[in-house]
Design a protein around this ligand. Structure first.
Ligand SMILES: Cc1cc2nc3c(=O)[nH]c(=O)nc-3n(C[C@H](O)[C@H](O)[C@H](O)COP(=O)(O)OP(=O)(O)OC[C@H]3O[C@@H](n4cnc5c(N)ncnc54)[C@H](O)[C@@H]3O)c2cc1C
Length: 538
């Protein structure tokens, strides 16, 4: 049985138990499914619970299934070649981890270095501008997930989500991610969890190869991948190839295009990262007296969106980082890219979020970009324009910024205010750098958001930084519905965000598990399971 309970912000566990008894008329043990803050009335902020009296743990039930499959796989003649997983982001890690749980020992390739080296490379980049091409915010141990804000919320539904939360808890995450409406680890905790997870995987005979870039693959006459090649020319036998290379692996897209692997253009979004003082956002969300009324309340979040259906235009906030930092997420020296992160305590002085405008195929065509590479071409050109506005040639050290009121009014800012970004920032006329429809969408969006959150766009200390251009993949790599393989290659699995099937840590992790499981079925039930090329499970 499920129950919904609402209690005042300040309440005890005893009050929660009493509320359950009051609703049911008797005492009963329960489990919290979700806990969230309802801040619609500033003078009466409340906590909402969704509870269940069903104490069976769905993750334990999943574990029973894993054990059964593991036994069945063990009884089979093991395949001498190992599956190769490329990328140690959430998609690749959870794919390899799931395979290992079933007794399979994959090879996991990562073009960037292990965590400790990556952290050092990032610190150097922020200080000196020396960007490592394979060790940056997007690339290296843990993928983009490592420097992420660590928000684990997802819109997708999957039985694997509980398993993913449990796995993070196993590797050091706080228990509350199992039930908070907005589970959040912050960069510091997710980095710690991912490091422990990678160490554990290495200790359990997953062959993790850092600084090893996947460059090519061979396939047989039927299209099955047989070998994977690395930048050193090494050829690895491959029972299957899982490509979880993220949305910034432009060389992998180029390789797949050259092999005529079916891909399609994907709608995406572009915009800016807006930053306010965290106290200003708190006051907008909780009321100006929030500190006295709700001592210790968490740093406020927001979610804003406006759609103009007749124009097929949408503006929305994305990846909101309360008490966080604006990041320079450039992955090569051709363009500047922004993103955001926060630590677990969300205690930074500023709060930031991406504010982005949807870019459709029609928009791309109007702006002069055609064909399947149109989104990538626009992304590259704008990133280069933003780079050149404040950097010397060949450098991406400095992040362009503008005061929000100047951006909306279409004026250049003479100077910038203090900001959270750990790279240098410098004023740029960002309103002139965007194509007209994006700037206009952002300007209208900000005006609308000011009505929804009074003061959001009028706040004198608010600033924007850019360009926020890597919100999702510019392509979708085709795959068959049931088997999840590429239509061209019966054992090539495009996985995660870069393949266009995920939009965040949890959904990429789910996709990694789904792909691993799809391959496991082909091992366990080769005859009765997925007929790989048709993609149907029979
Ligand atoms: C700063 C920042 C903050 C974010 N905050 C959040 C958040 O709070 N919540 C959320 O849900 N999402 C967040 N995201 C998005 C999230 O990190 C991604 O959605 C997720 O990491 C995608 O996972 P993935 O496994 O598909 O790819 P990625 O995490 O991008 O991993 C791909 C990996 O593949 C490797 N690789 C690429 N090419 C090759 C090759 N040729 N050979 C070998 N290795 C290769 C890369 O080096 C990389 O390590 C954030 C992203 C960033 C950058």
């Amino acid at each position: 049985m499920q129950l919904q309970i609402i209690l005042p912000y300040h309440h005890s566990e005893q009050q929660l138990r009493e509320a359950v008894r009051e609703q049911l008329g008797y005492d009963v043990p329960f489990r919290i499914l979700k806990r969230s803050i309802d801040a619609r009335q500033h003078h009466n902020i409340r906590i909402q619970y969704s509870l269940t009296t069903d104490l069976r743990d769905p993750v334990e039930e999943l574990a029973g299934g894993i054990e059964d499959q593991r036994r069945r796989l063990h009884a089979l003649q093991p395949e001498s070649r190992r599956p190769v997983v490329v990328g140690t982001g959430p998609g690749g890690i959870f794919c390899a981890y799931w395979l290992r749980l079933h007794g399979v020992k994959p090879v996991l390739l990562e073009q960037g270095p292990p965590m400790r080296q990556r952290v050092r490379d990032m610190a150097r980049f922020m200080k000196t501008g020396d960007l490592h091409p394979y060790s940056n915010i997007c690339f290296g141990a843990g993928g983009a997930g490592t420097y992420s804000d660590g928000k684990l919320i997802t819109r997708i539904r999957s039985p694997y989500i509980g398993f993913i939360m449990d796995t993070f808890v196993r590797f050091g995450a706080p228990e509350n991610i199992r039930y908070l409406y907005n589970p959040h680890l912050g960069s510091n905790k997710i980095r710690h969890c991912i490091t422990r997870m990678l160490d554990d995987m290495e200790n359990s005979e997953i062959d993790i190869r850092y600084n090893t870039r996947f460059t090519s693959f061979d396939s047989d006459a039927g299209g099955r991948v047989t070998h994977v090649e690395t930048q050193d020319g090494e050829r690895l036998d491959a029972a299957a190839l899982f490509l979880a290379t993220g949305h910034s692996a432009r060389d992998v897209y180029a390789l797949l295009r050259s092999r005529e692997t079916p891909m399609s253009l994907k709608e995406f979004a572009l915009g800016v990262r807006v930053e306010h003082p965290a106290a200003a956002i708190n006051a907008m969300q909780y009321g100006s007296k929030y500190e006295a009324r709700y001592e210790g309340i968490e740093t406020a979040q927001y979610k804003l969106a406006r759609t103009w259906k007749d124009e097929n235009r949408a503006v929305y906030s994305f990846c909101m980082c309360p008490g966080g930092y604006v990041l320079n997420a450039s992955s090569d020296t051709t363009g500047v890219v922004t993103n955001g992160m926060s630590n677990y305590l969300k205690s930074g002085r500023f709060s930031n979020a991406a504010i982005v405008v949807n870019v459709s195929e029609q928009d791309l065509a109007h702006a002069g970009y055609g064909g399947i590479d149109a989104a990538l071409a626009m992304q590259k050109e704008l990133e280069a324009r933003f780079r050149a506005s404040v950097n010397v040639p060949g450098s991406v050290h400095v992040v362009p910024g503008q005061r929000l009121q100047d951006f909306i009014g279409g004026h250049a800012s003479r100077s910038l205010l203090p900001a959270s970004c750990l790279n240098p920032v410098a004023p740029a006329p960002m309103h002139e750098l965007f194509p007209g429809f994006i700037y206009e969408g952002l300007r209208r969006g900000f005006t609308d958001f000011d009505r929804k959150m009074r003061g959001f766009s009028q706040q004198a200390q608010a600033q924007v930084f850019g360009i926020e251009s890597r919100t999702s993949s510019p392509y979708r790599i085709d795959r068959l519905d049931g088997s999840l393989v590429s239509p061209m290659h019966a054992n090539l699995y495009p996985v995660g965000e870069g393949a266009g099937y995920a939009g965040g840590i949890t959904s990429a992790a789910v996709d990694g598990i789904r792909a691993a499981q799809a391959w496991l079925w082909t091992m366990i039930e080769p005859a009765s399971c997925f007929t790989a090329m048709s993609g149907t499970r029979v």
